[in-house]
Design a protein around this ligand. Structure first.
Ligand code: NAP
Length: 258
């Protein structure tokens, strides 16, 4: 496919790099107004342009990775050139119906909610589309499945997907940072503490994904009766560990819905 990414910021660049590294046979173009900071992408075979219409006629898939308040401007610019094309929007809070209306029902829309680990082929990209477009949008689903996991969800869950899957990257990183800080307090230098904390989190996630079991079943394998793991875990729960995470996720969701 010819893939045209509009909005070469954090997410747009991560998608472009992920496609370039983990898939084959795609030509990627990334656009933004000020391209200086992303010119390095050309060395990886990615086309960089400061004009959203650059080669847009050749695009098979157009991906929007701009902020919500930039959508109207960008769509008014590209709508005359995208009839019959497939568009994927990663923009939070803008519905397929709204996107269809602005583009005068001339193209097929899919909403995607990736996270920046897409750069490493490790995103959880939630995908949503209208049932009537299922067949035509299959190549988009196939593409994002190559870049991590790509569950198809109901569109009404897109805000929740934003929080759990996209904001979730920050929550997971904060967990790792806290573990690192504790690691320093109990004797490690910061680099060693970070390496241990990050790999331990990655290993725990990998076991869950590969064994497809509930986290508590794995926790049971690590906790000896009256041992040091269970006393630490229980102290974390007494201090509100799970509760604070759940409250934080719900607060993020409320903010999105404002
Ligand atoms: N970051 C994430 O982890 C993440 C995850 C999931 C979804 N999202 C969603 O993805 C979208 C982008 O997020 P982000 O974090 O990547 O934001 P960002 O880093 O600010 O990137 C937005 C990019 O859009 C470009 N842009 C602005 N106006 C434009 C225009 N008229 N034409 C072309 N490009 C234009 C900006 O560059 P110039 O100013 O140079 O044009 C900027 O590079 C948001 O809607 C966000 O909700 C983000």
């Amino acid at each position: 496919m010819n893939i045209h990414i509009i909005g070469g910021g954090n997410l747009g660049v991560a998608i472009a790099l992920g496609i370039a590294k983990y898939t084959a046979g795609h030509q990627v173009t990334v656009t933004r107004r000020n391209t200086e900071s992303i010119e390095y992408l050309t060395a990886k075979g990615i086309v960089v342009a400061n004009n959203n219409l650059h080669n847009i006629e050749q695009a098979d898939l157009i991906v929007l990775t701009i902020k919500p308040y930039q959508v109207a401007t960008v769509l008014s610019e590209i709508t005359p050139f995208i009839s019959g094309k497939i568009l994927a929007s990663a923009v939070s809070g803008v519905t397929i119906e709204q996107l269809q209306t602005v583009t005068q029902n001339t193209c097929s829309w899919v909403r995607i909610m990736p996270n920046i680990a897409i750069q490493f082929g490790a995103s959880a990209t939630c995908i949503s589309f209208a049932e009537k477009d299922k067949a035509v949008l299959q190549p988009v689903v196939d593409l994002f499945q190559k870049l991590g996991t790509a569950p198809i969800i109901e569109e009404k869950l897109m805000d929740a997907a934003t929080v759990l899957g996209a904001c979730g990257t920050a929550y997971a990183l904060r967990y790792i940072r806290a573990s690192m800080q504790a690691g320093i307090e109990i004797g490690f230098d910061s680099q060693t503490a970070l390496a241990i904390a990050a790999q331990t989190a990655k290993g725990a996630a990998q076991m869950l994904l590969e064994e497809k079991i509930h986290p508590e079943q794995l926790i049971d394998r690590v906790t000896t009766p009256q041992g040091c793991t269970i006393v630490g875990l229980n102290e974390m729960e007494h201090q509100g560990f799970s509760s604070s995470l759940i409250k934080g996720i719900k607060t993020s969701l409320n903010k999105i819905k404002e």
